[in-house]
Design a binder for this molecule. Structure first.
Ligand code: NAD
Length: 288
């Protein structure tokens, strides 16, 4: 039991915030946890299931006393939420976020953080295809990476404290530079989600294969490959709109590879296909 922050405020009560709450409680990482979500329905659900020690009806009320404030809303509204809470932050407090994109979030949030309050962006590399206040669970962050993206000239002690917090929640932490974070995440998360969404779209568009057949025979690859296409559309719309450069770069490379494979299939170039699959299989087998 290591209490890192006496008072934590969670803004947005979805998958990530609710998992943080259950992990904090299980591991004694925080004293009191207050929470706020924009919709009355989410706040009612949170109260019903005991998510947060106090569920507040305004963001201002949730953050006033907090030592750590976690922005756990979709990336596109991080700036709006930061503007709402900025006047109520306690001097010496730390604001962090859990957004999947960093450059644009930092651009939106950093200018709004008052003097004397620290801002330490972070990104837990953990998730599921589920969303909302009832989707969280205490072990989501166990043995997963949490990337910490310190601000230039930021307070080192505040960064180290947030690292200790994520480690106490069960994660491994690594520091990463802003733009590099967005490129890494485009490769390992953002483009895979886009392709999964596309696979479902293609199956739906192909009138000669019925939806019933897709469902019935999906164990042949479709089911595993497209699980993440059940993810929240608001979150993913925001990720692509805010990580435009990196996702377009990786998408460009992906389509190049796809065109090369398309040509190999059309020309019957078995050697190219075999070599490609052999190389990529070896890489994939190295990932546990
Ligand atoms: P979610 O959809 O489960 O929850 C989002 C929450 O934010 C909801 O409670 C919603 O009511 C609330 N919200 C939306 N707009 C708001 C506003 N203006 N003010 C206050 N509350 C508002 O989403 P999630 O999966 O928990 O994602 C939250 C953040 O974490 C996102 O920025 C996302 O990029 C990031 N993230 C998600 C995953 C994942 O796999 N789901 C992984 C890592 C990071």
């Amino acid at each position: 039991m290591t209490q890192i922050y006496p008072k934590v405020a969670l803004i947005g009560l979805g998958l990530i915030a609710s998992s943080m709450f259950w992990a904090m409680k299980r591991r004694g990482v925080a004293g009191h946890v207050s929470g706020y979500a924009r919709s009355q329905e989410t706040r009612d659900t949170a109260r019903r299931i005991g998510l947060c020690d106090t569920v507040c009806d305004s963001a201002a009320e949730a953050v006033t006393e907090a030592d750590l404030i976690v922005l756990a809303v979709p990336v596109g509204v991080m700036g709006k939420v930061a503007a709402q809470i900025a006047p109520y932050l306690k001097p010496g407090a730390t604001v962090t976020d859990v957004g999947s994109v960093k450059a644009s979030v930092v651009g939106m949030v950093a200018p709004l953080i008052p003097e004397g309050v620290h801002f330490v962006p972070a990104h837990p590399m953990a998730g599921t295809e589920h969303s909302g206040p009832e989707s969280g669970f205490a072990t989501l962050f166990d043995n997963r990476w949490c990337l910490i993206v310190p601000q230039d000239g930021g307070d080192e002690a505040a960064v180290e404290r947030l690292e200790s917090f994520w480690q106490a929640l069960g994660s491994n932490t690594e520091r990463m530079e802003l733009e590099h974070h967005d490129l890494v995440c485009a490769v390992v998360s953002h483009i895979p989600h886009l392709i999964a969404y596309t696979m479902v779209g293609v199956a739906d568009d192909l009138r000669r294969v019925s939806d019933q057949e897709v469902i019935k025979f999906s164990a042949a690859g479709f089911r595993d490959f497209t699980r993440i296409a059940a993810s929240d559309p608001t979150m993913w719309r925001d990720v692509f709109l805010t990580n435009k450069d990196a996702t377009l770069e990786i998408l460009g490379r992906f389509t190049e590879e796809l065109f090369a494979l398309q040509r190999a299939i059309r020309t019957g170039d078995g050697e190219q296909l075999f070599d490609y699959f052999t190389r990529t299989r070896a890489i994939r087998r190295g990932i546990i």
